[in-house]
Design a protein around this ligand. Structure first.
Ligand code: B12
Ligand code: SF4
Length: 517
């Protein structure tokens, strides 16, 4: 059986590249199971669609598998139909949220064969083994039980039994949903992604561009950036968010395992800057401290960035000294940047988001991190139904007070989120597929679920950002107020004299480099 894995390119025009952690886990599991495969890495190779088409004309496969997120639906649809046009008998597998969070859409509008629901490390191996041996993937349960969904009036999938974690088309064309596979209990038990399967050198060279965002710690040619996943999922359930581990418990890896993988990346590839590519890397001071202690003890000399929430250091019910002590430990352990979202400066909107933080948490957290010397990187979501010119202004005022230029974006409802249901139920999204074909990034205005007319909504946000830009003495062009391209070139984007700290902590930070997360 000939198998091809495909790594799509989310941002083909971006200069930087990130090693794909999810696909890394998946192909490593497949390799460990002794199943041979080819890898078409479109992201690393900068392959155009016509190159991909040519590749599929030349190379025949029995199975082609790819994964992506929902913003890439349009391309995924193109890819599946291209495979089926050129290789009609090839079995196409789709994973990650573009499959998991909207099987009804994918099955109704594309000729996909099988979707892997959620965590794929175990399911992909079982699926490939079943396909190799010609064993059935499962069968529909009778009497037919439609599985409820929130993707408009599209036909449902039907409850099935068989290989857990799959949705597939049976021989009669019915869409059979075997249900989710229980998550692996210990992420530690999974093999670390085997980066030798990828073109590591390209990722190292083009990953450097992502290392010194905000920090100027490494000269561009010195950074060797590697991703490490420290936890799967998140403890919270915000109404605008969805990730593939949504239905699974939040699972941390052990400090030993995390340090072990970092050490492997250091020894094997020279890694010195680690992106903890998590939904939520450190949810509480205690578990965070255990990882930090292990990093300090290992003394690897690497630096890192991670995603946290403003309740890590901002919760007033925790002793200030404890919060401050752990923040200092982050610095000692090598942390340079902590990313955490303000989302909104309005507590009612934070409640509607189910964010379970208060704006005040953010204020305190920024203060603590500035004191210890950590860069703050933050993003905003505008456009909840409760949003008004006043709430927009409240949010931006908080950024002004804290001297933070944010990564701003508009609320984008994604399948399987609370706000998607709201958008579909209230007629903001009438055609689910069309919305996904139109969707780009949260920095582009696509949908308005506020009571403000479109022009008032967009103008209030844009004028507010322009105002911040001016007040901070930035020199962002009008078309870069959202997609700032990062603040790598501080001197270019920032003219006002600000207090400097070890890591430029008081500079006007931006969530990421060359395009926003
Ligand atoms: C790294 C990252 C990025 C990187 C991606 C680089 C890369 N090559 O990995 C960059 C910075 C480019 C990025 C950009 C964006 N991102 Co992003 N990103 C992440 C982040 C933080 C980590 C991804 C990761 O490595 N996860 C760890 C691995 C282990 O999990 P995983 O990827 O889900 O993989 C598992 C399964 O999905 C599945 N799987 C994955 N691949 C495959 C392949 C096959 C064949 C199969 C069968 C299964 C499979 O198996 C894996 C193991 O179980 C996640 C948050 C998160 N923790 O997932 C957000 C996340 C994926 N991003 C998200 C979003 C929204 C975006 C943006 C659209 C934001 C924006 N600006 O609007 C942009 C994309 C812009 C665009 N043009 O489309 C959302 C996706 C939401 C959704 N419902 O699809 C997430 C979940 C964050 C969130 N909670 O909102 N992102
Ligand atoms: S937005 Fe952040 S805190 Fe909320 S559910 Fe998603 S990952 Fe968790």
């Amino acid at each position: 059986m000939k198998v091809l894995f495909v790594n799509p390119s989310l941002r083909p025009k971006a200069p930087h590249r990130y090693l794909p952690v999810g696909l890394g886990y998946v192909v490593t599991a497949v390799k460990e199971a002794g199943i041979a495969f080819d890898l078409l890495d479109i992201d690393a190779g900068d392959y155009t669609d016509s190159y991909v088409e040519g590749y599929l004309e030349k190379h025949r496969y029995d199975v082609i598998a790819l994964g992506s997120i929902v913003t890439h639906y349009k391309w995924v649809k193109w890819f599946i139909s291209t495979v089926k046009r050129l290789q009609p008998t090839c079995h196409v597998i789709v994973g990650n949220s573009v499959g998991s969070s909207m099987p009804e859409i994918l099955f109704h509008h594309t000729p996909v064969d099988t979707i892997v629901l959620g965590e794929a490390d175990v399911t992909i191996v079982e699926l490939l083994k079943a396909l190799r041996s010609g064993k059935p993937l499962g069968e529909i349960v009778e009497p037919f039980k439609p599985i409820p969904h929130t993707n408009g009036d599209l036909p449902s999938t039907y409850e099935g039994k068989g290989v857990a974690g799959l949705v597939f088309r049976d021989s009669k064309g019915r869409i059979v949903n075997n249900g989710r596979r229980p998550a692996v209990k210990k992420v530690d038990d999974l093999p670390w992604p085997d980066w030798d399967l990828f073109d590591v050198q390209t990722y190292i060279e083009r990953g450097r561009l992502t290392a010194h965002e905000n920090v100027h710690y490494y000269a561009p040619e010195q950074a060797v950036v590697f991703p490490v996943n420290t936890a799967r999922g998140c403890v919270f359930k915000c109404t605008f968010c969805h990730y593939v581990f949504w239905n699974d418990p939040y699972r941390h890896r052990s400090p030993t395992s995390i340090v072990g993988e970092i050490r492997r990346n250091q020894e094997k590839y020279g890694a010195n800057y680690i992106h903890f590519w998590d939904e939520l890397s450190f949810h509480k001071l205690g578990p965070a401290e255990r990882v930090l202690d292990a990093l300090i003890a290992a003394d690897l000399g690497v630096h890192f960035t991670a995603a946290v929430r403003s309740d890590l250091f901002g919760r007033p019910d925790l002793a200030f000294e404890d919060r401050r002590r752990v923040a200092e430990k982050f610095v000692r352990a090598g942390c340079l940047v902590l990313a955490f979202s303000l989302e909104s400066g309005d507590d009612d909107i934070l409640d509607a988001m189910n964010k379970r933080v208060k704006a005040q948490f953010f204020r305190d957290q920024v203060k603590i991190l500035r004191e210890v010397g950590l860069v703050t990187s933050t993003s905003l979501v505008f456009g909840y139904p409760q949003e008004t010119p006043e709430t927009i202004s409240r949010t931006l005022k908080l950024c002004e007070e804290l001297n933070i230029y944010p990564s701003a974006g508009y609320l984008l409802p994604f399948p399987s989120t609370g706000m998607w249901k709201h958008a579909v139920d209230n007629g903001f999204i009438r055609d689910c597929e069309q919305f996904l074909l139109d969707v780009t990034e949260r920095q582009d205005f696509i949908i308005n679920m506020t009571t403000m007319p479109d022009d008032v909504y967009v103008r209030t946000v844009t004028d507010g950002l322009a105002d911040l830009n001016r007040k901070f003495g930035n020199t962002l062009e009008a078309n870069a107020l959202f997609k700032t391209g990062g603040y790598q070139e501080h001197d270019k984007n920032q003219t006002r004299d600000v207090d400097r700290h070890r890591n430029y902590v008081n500079t006007l930070n931006y969530a990421t480099v060359a395009g926003a997360v």
